[in-house]
Write a protein that binds this ligand. Structure first.
Ligand code: ASP
Length: 440
């Protein structure tokens, strides 16, 4: 029998997880699921995060030291940042156009607003998000640059939230490695080459458990979800976000077809395990190792490009998040009966662009930065908890969907950049058991 492709196995796992979660809800099995099923999903996410930093370090250092000449790196860097900004602005514009045309906030009744406010405005996680946002907001305009530079490499390597610092350190080390000449660089280079292979093999091994892990992750999402009545009241808003996200995937397909001349359906099929994991974990950082593996081995993007484009993308390029922030901000204004002028909408484009760059690649981060977008267009502070309360109930499912777009966007840009510098080759698929015969 032909082996079932990984994405099908993951999809079946997800579906069974959803069904299991619904059954558990009916029979009062929430505690059982949290005690016995949830840990399986959490362990899987931890394993992925465990290898993210070693992978970024090894792969970026290998990627840069393979370059032979630094001007190539500058070329890749400028194109990457440029295309990231373009895709994000497209995403925000789609979000704004849809929310203005479909006006999801106008249909929300006073009753629903009162109910949502009562249920969520005092919620500790809503308050925590507002508090976190105010910390971010108090920093100066160049704070992000300052934050990018570590003063202790080992401290940076020991904290997953400091991914940009790790990227900075790896680029610095990689460039210096290039500058000392091939002969003297050889030992360190082969160390990182080998580390890189090992970590990619770890991804293969972890992915063997993915179908079971997504079962656990989704079962847990279902048992911890909110009251279905509340979810239903927000259906139109959620629908606008999801429609925008789907359109964004179409845009990526157009990018792939136009700029790389590859079949977009093939692209979606090859990247699908990463998308499904993004959906199940709501974290582009946790998905990064799998995104890298798919893009390099299954799509054929050269490591010189993917090793820079993908980790940077996971931290700063969040098209799904920025689209969501644009829709959510306007929705909240509409629902509360407040006006937004055209120049306010332009402000949303700029702040959502910066906010998505500043959002961490972890579940729920987009909502923290949404607070900053809302404040930039003048939502009074006393209405902030109410604003967030309005969208809180559907935030988790929307987070799952926007993370898929975030990851797909990074993969698309890596292909486009690779093609533009002649580094898009043929896929070289490695299975988890390649080399196994040698060690048996
Ligand atoms: N969960 C998203 C990500 O990791 C960020 C967000 O939109 O909250 O990509």
């Amino acid at each position: 029998m032909k082996k079932l492709a990984l994405h099908w196995k993951i999809l079946i796992g997800m579906l069974l997880g959803l069904i299991f979660g619904f059954i558990m809800l009916q029979v009062g099995g929430r505690a059982f699921t949290e005690d016995w099923i949830k840990p399986i999903g959490s362990i899987f996410v931890k394993l992925l995060k465990l290898i993210a930093i070693p992978l970024i370090l090894a792969s970026l250092i290998k990627g840069i030291s393979d370059l032979k000449d630094i001007s190539k790196f500058k070329n890749i860097g400028i194109r990457t940042i440029g295309i990231y900004i373009v895709t994000t602005v497209i995403a925000i514009s789609i979000g704004l156009a849809l929310v203005n045309i479909m006006q999801p906030g106008d249909g929300v009744s006073e009753e629903t607003i009162a109910k949502l406010t009562e249920t969520y405005s005092e919620n500790s996680s809503v308050k925590a998000k507002i508090a976190e946002a105010s910390k971010q907001k108090d920093s100066g305009p160049l704070q992000f640059l300052e934050d990018m530079v570590p003063d202790n490499a080992f401290l940076a390597l020991s904290d997953n939230r400091l991914m940009l610092q790790v990227i900075f350190f790896a680029i610095f080390l990689g460039i210096s490695l290039l500058l000392i000449g091939e002969k003297r660089a050889a030992p360190l280079k082969s160390f990182f080459d080998s580390l890189n292979d090992v970590v990619l093999k770890m991804v293969d091994l972890i992915m063997l458990t993915a179908p079971i892990a997504v079962f656990a992750l989704l079962a847990n999402v279902v048992v911890s979800s909110d009251d279905p009545d509340i979810l239903f009241a927000l259906l139109k808003y959620a629908g606008v976000v999801v429609l925008g996200l789907v359109l964004m995937i179409v845009i990526y397909c157009v990018f792939v077809a136009t700029f790389t001349k590859k079949n977009p359906f093939w692209f979606l099929k090859e990247i699908s395990p990463a998308q499904l994991l993004a959906f199940s974990t709501s974290s582009s950082a946790a998905t990064l190792p799998v995104t890298m593996e798919r893009v390099e081995e299954h799509i054929g993007v050269d490591k010189e490009v993917s090793s820079f484009v993908l980790p940077v993308g996971a931290t700063i390029n969040m098209d799904g998040t920025s689209l969501y922030q644009a829709v959510a901000a306007v929705f909240i204004f509409q629902a509360l009966g407040l006006d937004l002028t055209f120049s306010d909408q332009i402000t949303i484009v700029l702040t959502a662009l910066l906010a998505s760059i500043g959002s961490a690649a972890v579940p729920g981060a987009g909502m923290v930065m949404l607070v900053i977008v809302l404040e930039s267009v003048g939502l009074p502070p006393e209405l902030l908890p109410i604003g967030l309360a309005l969208i809180f109930a559907v935030d988790r499912p929307l987070d799952m969907c926007r993370t898929v777009v975030n990851v797909t966007g990074d993969a698309t840009v890596s292909m486009v950049v690779a093609k533009s510098v002649g580094k898009l080759g043929e896929p070289k698929v490695k299975n988890w058991d390649d080399n196994y015969e040698e060690v048996k």
